[in-house]
Design a binder for this molecule. Structure first.
Ligand code: PMP
Length: 423
């Protein structure tokens, strides 16, 4: 019979080495916050397919909506023959994305594609080519997104220099000694040393860095960026691919920042496990590119649009924003208790249910424990993820639909794993 080991051997032989896999586990089935592997083992899923499953695996409503769409048609290409669900998703996002102005939306397939298109729109609208991105930011693996991603290994290692016209500012992170003032000064340095503000089309950032380590920008910092962008005619792009779709306790994290972006990207949990992404922005900005300049064969695929509309209904019906905050509080309080016994748990933080545990020892990042804790937790039936520019952060992206008892069981496994590894 099929085993994880046999599939791993075939994977090694057949799949390109650049495609990583965090856990040596192969999936047979999944439902809400539970995954079963090909050997029949059951796992609690705290990874959620990297922030894609805020409504859980195969939410019955999402499944039913996709099944119904599958009876009608699966593809026409929206650029050839339109369909209402694409328009409905755009209408909904125009409402949900923060910003007190008329908005328009375009749909794509992956987060990287959303980022690429956000930059294209900003370039077309401003007639400028420069972009400022941040240290440890993550924006994707396609070429322009990769140029914006602020971490060489493993993302662009061995591929040569990425495209020019990207300038790197420091992301504010008090825990690692970068203040809001330092971060603002790093932008002023770019203006002094590298490029005039009038050559910068956009400043792109994640309101809470995801892959970089779950570090939140402060509302005050975001407001300073907004003021700078307003002064210099620069587009502010909020990459909400990971923070969006309710993870942080508001539908978009920018709602908690007191200012809005000109262009917002979304993907991941917006369609509950189906590939859908998009950008929403000021109507006049979004219209800067003429017909044919935006799109893609699969962008806004009908199955994915049906899923997204169901996800939005589930958020309302099940009050998942409130649930995100409740879950987040419960997880943080459990972690704070574990912190008492394990001083290596240096920081517990998170907006809503986007929770990080940062491991340090003697004042230094302690990535050596992350892999051990991931393995220990997996052996005990819990799937976790790590992240962080120093690789020393454990992150929790559990479905917001997780039953209370299962959440408690997962946190119990986490505690047992800390007890086993952090002696
Ligand atoms: N932006 C952010 C903030 C992300 O977290 C990710 C994915 N981790 C991306 C962009 C890229 O999305 P995708 O992998 O769907 O291309």
């Amino acid at each position: 019979s099929t085993t994880n080991d046999s599939l791993m051997a075939r994977r090694q032989a057949a799949v390109a080495g650049g495609v990583g896999q965090i856990h040596p586990v192969f999936t047979a089935r999944a439902e809400n916050a539970t995954v079963w592997d090909v050997e029949g083992r059951e796992f609690i899923d705290f990874a959620g397919g990297i922030a894609v499953l805020n409504t859980g695996h195969l939410h019955p409503k999402v499944k039913a909506a996709v099944a119904a769409q599958l009876e009608d048609f699966s593809h026409t290409c929206f650029m050839v023959l339109g369909y209402e669900s694409y328009i409905q998703v755009c209408e909904k996002l125009n409402q949900l994305v923060p910003g007190d102005f008329a908005k328009k939306t375009a749909l794509f397939t992956s987060g990287s594609e959303a980022v690429e298109n956000a930059v294209k729109v900003a370039r077309a609208y401003t007639k400028r080519a420069g972009v400022i991105a941040f240290t440890s930011g993550y924006h994707g693996r396609t070429m322009a997104a990769l140029a914006l991603t602020g971490k060489v290994a493993p993302y662009s290692k061995g591929m040569g220099l990425m495209s020019a016209n990207v300038f790197r500012a420091e992301f504010p992170c008090a825990l690692h000694g970068v203040s809001d003032d330092d971060a603002m000064a790093s932008i002023e340095r770019i203006f002094k040393n590298d490029a005039e503000p009038s050559d910068i089309a956009a400043i792109i950032l994640e309101p809470v860095q995801g892959e970089g380590g779950f570090y939140a920008a402060s509302p005050a910092f975001m407001q300073r960026l907004r003021a700078l962008c307003d002064r210099e005619g620069i587009m502010l792009i909020a990459d909400e691919v990971q923070t969006g779709a309710g993870r942080t306790g508001t539908f978009f994290a920018m709602e908690q920042m007191g200012v809005s972006a000109d262009i917002t990207t979304f993907a991941k949990s917006i369609a509950g496990g189906f590939p859908l992404s998009g950008i929403t922005g000021k109507a006049e900005v979004m219209d800067a590119i003429g017909p044919g300049g935006l799109g893609g064969t699969y962008g806004g695929n009908p199955l994915a649009c049906a899923a997204a509309l169901a996800v939005l209904e589930v958020f309302e019906e099940e009050k998942l924003l409130e649930r995100a905050n409740a879950i987040g509080e419960r997880i943080k309080s459990a972690l704070n208790t574990m912190q008492v016994e394990h001083p290596q748990i240096a920081d517990v933080r998170g907006l809503g249910a986007m929770i990080a545990i940062e491991l340090m020892e003697e004042g230094k990042p302690a990535p050596q424990y992350c892999a051990q804790i991931l393995a220990e937790a997996r052996n005990r039936g819990l799937i976790l993820l790590s992240c962080g520019t120093y690789g020393n952060v454990l992150r929790i992206l559990v479905p917001l639909t997780v039953p209370d008892e299962q959440l408690a069981a997962g946190l119990g496994i986490l505690k047992a794993s800390f007890d086993a590894v952090l002696k």
